[in-house]
Ligand binder design. Structure first.
Ligand code: GCO
Length: 471
């Protein structure tokens, strides 16, 4: 069989996010975020009660974190900045130097060991002060974010070669504003999620444009956005399901991709048509999906140097005949999701081992968006505790092999980040689902980190640039 290997320029990394690892939720002047509020308001929201107050304690253990990155031999580390740590209210007139000092240290430590920082500006943790003003529903939100991004670029543009503006607009908006799965749990079924989507995309685009105007020429960094790109296939092929799959992909993927990466910009036609028609039936005077002005379309279109792909699993789709609450996103999409029984389950109910899906998601992007540069900014697998995580190692090897096939078929993939460097707070699942290459001992005050089998497997892949599917 033919030996495939990752090209010499291909970058391997690992990813994390501030709320999930840092802890120190109110230390050294940090402001409250929507996640702090969400978990303190009702501790039952977290499956095992372990929230981000202390998390993996990376606020204190960052030196050890960088040591682990060196052990793995990664080329880059994707982490996020906690907005309310550096700007307690979220507004640019409130700067917390102690908060910035944490990131100064982390970034300098990474650079000292030639590990490239990939900084995510926003990974779910909006300053609560801004939420009190409406959060991502407030039309000013894209300007708040623009000011925040400008401040962070000003400090780090000369040190950080890769930027992710926003992590997973779909989760932010549909889980945080349309439903109550994630903070701030606004749960508005009318316009919340769609209004948020518009504002988040504008926020992303404004940050991108600032970097282009002020820093691109001098520092040549790349700015992208991380989009959920899970995969959707029909349960079984028939006309109804073909239409259902088209809706699933349009609402779950292309609603976020199309405005940025297509030639025409704007939300996908299919989504616009469906939401406009339903809104009319529901008695709204205009579509629940906001119209983008020509100027907004232009601002957002082309506002990324690469696609950040977050991919975890695949779903099977069938047309749904259920009566959903109306208006709602579920009602707009009208599909039911399922899995094949052969798909190996992880610890998380939504995540199954389907390596072919990452290949298909890459091809979807290539065909619909003309082969853009891509970086997998997240992919991972959950287990319980224990160091012998063979299922994670298997999942990693097979997904990386699918990526090699996708590259052979033209995907311009530049890098890959495994989720996650270490166990962390898996949002409302707390620590009941573990995603780490390194295990974290949450019961101990020292939060010891220990390499799992998968860390050793990944280290070897990075070193050889080859994936061995046989053991
Ligand atoms: C994200 C993800 C991560 C999760 C991971 C596993 O939005 O980037 O939610 O933060 O921990 O996807 O569920």
């Amino acid at each position: 069989t033919k030996k495939r290997s990752f090209p010499p320029t291909f970058m391997f990394g690992v990813a994390s996010s501030a709320y999930q690892i840092e802890g120190a939720w109110d230390e050294d002047g940090k402001g409250e975020s929507i996640w702090d509020r969400f978990v303190h308001e009702d501790p039952e929201r977290i499956a095992d009660g372990y929230n981000g107050d202390v998390a993996s304690d990376s606020y204190h253990l960052w030196r050890r974190d960088v040591e682990m990155l060196r052990e793995l031999g990664v080329h880059f580390y994707r982490f996020s900045i906690s907005w309310s740590r550096v700007m307690p209210t979220g507004l640019s007139n409130s700067i917390n130097e102690a908060g910035f000092a944490y990131y100064d240290n982390l970034i300098d430590e990474l650079l000292k060991y030639k590990i490239m920082p990939m900084v995510t500006l926003y990974h779910f943790d909006l300053p609560q002060y801004l939420q009190d003003l409406g959060g991502w529903i407030n039309p000013l939100s894209s300007e708040w974010f623009e000011d925040y991004a400008a401040e962070v670029f000003k400090r780090y543009a000369h040190k950080v070669p890769f930027w992710i503006t926003i992590n997973q607009p779909k989760s932010i908006c549909m889980d945080g504003y349309e439903s109550n799965v994630l903070a701030p749990a606004v749960n508005s079924k009318t316009v919340g999620g769609y209004e948020c989507t518009k504002n988040v995309l504008l926020a992303h685009a404004k940050a991108y444009r600032i970097y282009q105007t002020l820093y691109k020429t001098e520092h040549q960094g790349n700015v992208g956005i991380s989009i959920e790109l899970n995969w959707y296939d029909p349960v079984k092929n028939n006309t109804e399901n073909a239409a259902a799959v088209a809706r699933a992909r349009a609402f779950q993927i292309d609603l976020y991709m199309h405005p940025i990466f297509s030639e025409t910009g704007n939300f996908p036609n299919l989504v616009r048509e469906i939401v406009a028609r339903k809104s009319k039936e529901q008695g709204f005077t205009s579509s629940r999906l906001p119209n983008l002005t020509a100027e907004e379309i232009k601002l957002i279109r082309g506002s990324a140097d690469f696609v950040g792909m977050n991919h975890y699993t695949s779903f099977l789709v069938q047309n749904s005949k259920k009566q959903y609450e109306s208006p709602s996103l579920d009602d707009d999409i009208g599909v039911e999701l399922s899995y094949r029984s052969e798909w190996k389950p992880s610890k998380s109910s939504w995540l199954k081992n389907t390596p072919y899906g990452i290949y298909r998601a890459c091809i979807h992007v290539n065909i619909n968006y003309n082969y853009p540069p891509m970086i997998v900014t997240e992919h991972g697998w959950s287990t319980g505790t224990g160091l012998g995580d063979k299922s994670r190692a298997d999942n990693l090897r097979h997904y990386l092999n699918s990526l090699l096939l996708a590259m052979e078929d033209g995907t311009k993939l530049k890098g890959y980040a495994a989720w996650s460097l270490m166990d962390n707070v898996e949002w409302t699942a707390g620590t009941s689902e573990r995603f780490g290459l390194y295990q974290v001992d949450f019961n101990s005050p020292t939060k010891n980190r220990t390499a799992r089998l998968s860390a050793l497997v990944y280290k070897n892949i990075i070193k050889t640039r080859e994936v061995n599917l046989e053991w």
